[in-house]
Design a protein around this ligand. Structure first.
Ligand SMILES: [Zn+2]
Length: 595
């Protein structure tokens, strides 16, 4: 029995943690080194944590994670791993209207798929009562007030002159000076469901004079008569991100609250809120966001692609969400290595998509078993088979991987009827740089006993291209210029080696024409490529692919189809459904363009 595939060693998330010990991350404070408004807060914090580093990855459960989140996950989990600390996966679930079970599950699965195990899985909603109590405390100490302004009034008070023109004079709203008792009464009415959704808010009493917009009396609570995924109908007021985020960091004793540089302005208000409430204050550290070219990552834009049916869903392999990359066959280790190689600085980096693909190739090249497949089949009959080979078929034992002798071998059958890639044959003999089969040039069939030469075209397709040809083994000594892959036509009594296996092959390319689809004329939707980044082919693969069924995660195994690229199993075929393979990456960066 041939060995199934090349062994994939379990991924060790602790391997290669150097990136969190160098550059900006090497300058982070030690636990206990963060000053507090009251020194007792740090003593108590250290007592609770024992001086451990504690980080968190805090996604909002209202969408799927994308390649940019892979950086946030690596930064937070690896920083904790490198310092013997903890990392929480925290669902920042304060917006019941946008949250769905599917997002919680997908986020948890994705973190696990990348190889990380959260120390705890936590939810901001666990703290709804505590957050509410602190909000009442804010009112009592005159640091919050209930405001009945509309969204437009709030904007105007913050210096918004309408139509996107900002920078006007700012002023406190008419409720800013409301007595604490009155605010308290109204806030309790909000909690008790006496106010309609979005009619009234609790705002933090900050400083409209401060040049930082994060000080312009941020909203802490809004009314939303909506059931929450975890707390059901217990609440009809929900805390905002600005109010919740830093306090839950505080409750969880986070030492390093790492986030992207968009939140630099929030750092000051984060500290302000912790200090006003005299709670333990973590340190916020910012790093540059990761984006890649030729795609869009924003939830809104991806939602548009899904709604417009340009892609089939959030995990469509043409997207760069992490579920999409998993479906396309990107190994988690390659994504982690890619992120770590880039390092962590405060600069936002937009990386060429080719660099990510190159990281994927590096991993797949070492780890993938090789298989023979034809994406665009051309049928070949070898006319002098019986003169050269004395049996009806020839069993060949071939290595699974040229790079790994431990990967074992498999048996493949060669017969007089087979398929080669249509592009491996040209009737025109004029192109001297074409080394494959022409009427004047023989080619080798990988592992076959002799090269073949062209005899005649048997059948043509409607467009005139050859559908089947006759060839013959070259019986005189000849070293062909190149060897090509093939898939033989062969019935096997056990069924196991019957060949070929018909399959659907999805060739993924770029969904967008330009590196930055946002800047394209007419917007990102006008930048979609004519083929929408997908060409579907009906091809054949060799019999050994059947063994994929025995793999524990059969629908993610990636193979190198020799000269065609790397392909992952999307659907394991059976009598009811065809096999489907997704092209993970081409063999070389430019092989797509060369065609
Ligand atoms: Zn107001």
């Amino acid at each position: 029995m041939p060995k199934k595939t090349v062994d994939i060693k379990p991924y060790d998330p602790k391997a290669n943690l150097a990136f969190v010990k160098e550059g900006d991350l090497s300058r982070h404070h030690k636990p206990g080194g963060n000053p507090q408004i009251d020194p007792r807060l740090i003593e108590e914090h250290l007592k609770r944590t024992g001086g451990k580093v504690i980080t968190r990855f805090p996604p909002e459960p209202n969408g799927f994670l994308h390649i940019g989140h892979a950086k946030a996950i690596n930064v937070n989990f690896c920083y904790a791993l490198a310092h013997g600390g903890d990392c929480n996966l925290r669902f920042d679930d304060t917006n019941p209207c946008a949250e769905e079970e599917v997002y919680f599950k997908s986020i948890e699965d994705t973190v696990k798929w990348l190889g990380f195990t959260p120390t705890r899985i936590t939810y901001s909603s666990t703290h709804f009562q505590k957050l509410y109590d602190l909000a009442e405390q804010m009112i009592t100490i005159d640091k919050a007030y209930v405001c009945e302004c509309t969204a437009d009034e709030m904007k105007a008070d913050r210096g918004d002159k309408g139509e996107g023109v900002k920078g006007g004079a700012r002023k406190n709203c008419r409720h800013h000076g409301r007595p604490a008792e009155e605010s308290m009464k109204l806030f309790r009415e909000m909690k008790d469901g006496k106010w309609p959704s979005n009619s009234i808010t609790l705002r933090m009493k900050m400083d409209m004079e401060n040049p930082n917009p994060q000080f312009w009396d941020l909203v802490a609570y809004r009314v939303l008569h909506a059931a929450h995924h975890r707390t059901g109908n217990d609440w009809c007021i929900y805390p905002t991100y600005d109010y919740t985020h830093c306090l839950v960091d505080s409750f969880e004793d986070i030492t390093h609250s790492m986030c992207t540089t968009e939140f630099v302005a929030s750092r000051e208000s984060y500290y302000w809120l912790c200090d006003v409430l005299k709670v333990y204050k973590p340190v916020q550290w910012e790093y540059g966001r990761l984006a890649i070219t030729n795609t869009v990552l924003s939830k809104r834009k991806i939602a548009k692609l899904v709604e417009s049916k340009i892609v089939e869903g959030w995990d469509d392999p043409r997207l760069y969400t992490l579920p999409a990359l998993k479906k396309r066959g990107f190994p988690a280790v390659a994504i982690n290595e890619f992120v770590r190689e880039l390092g962590v600085t405060t600069t936002t980096s937009t990386i060429q998509v080719g660099k990510l693909e190159s990281a994927v190739r590096t991993v797949l090249d070492i780890r993938c078993a090789r298989r023979m497949a034809v994406v665009e089949p051309l049928r070949v009959t070898i006319s002098n088979w019986s003169e050269v080979v004395k049996t009806q078929s020839l069993k060949l034992t071939v290595a699974n991987s040229p790079k790994d002798p431990n990967a074992g071998s498999r048996d493949i059958i060669l017969t007089s009827e087979l398929y080669i890639e249509a592009s491996d044959f040209r009737e025109d003999t004029g192109d001297k740089s074409f080394y494959r089969l022409t009427p004047k040039q023989a080619i080798g069939l990988l592992h076959a006993p002799a090269p073949i030469e062209f005899v005649l075209v048997n059948e043509r397709n409607e467009d005139g291209s050859p559908r089947s040809i006759t060839c013959a083994f070259v019986t005189t000594p000849l070293k062909p210029k190149t060897w090509v892959q093939w898939v033989a036509i062969h019935e096997d009594s056990t069924g196991l080696l019957s060949s070929p296996i018909p399959c659907t092959i999805n060739l993924y390319g770029n969904l967008f024409a330009h590196e930055n689809p946002h800047d394209a004329e007419g917007g990102f939707l006008a930048d979609i490529t004519p083929d929408k980044g997908l060409t579907v082919k009906q091809g054949f693969v060799e019999a050994a692919l059947r063994l994929t069924k025995q793999e524990p995660n059969a629908e993610r195994v990636v193979y190198q189809f020799l000269r065609n690229g790397y392909f992952c199993v999307d659907t394991v075929g059976d009598s009811n459904r065809p096999w489907i393979f997704n092209r993970t990456v081409t063999l070389k960066e430019d092989s797509e363009k060369e065609k």
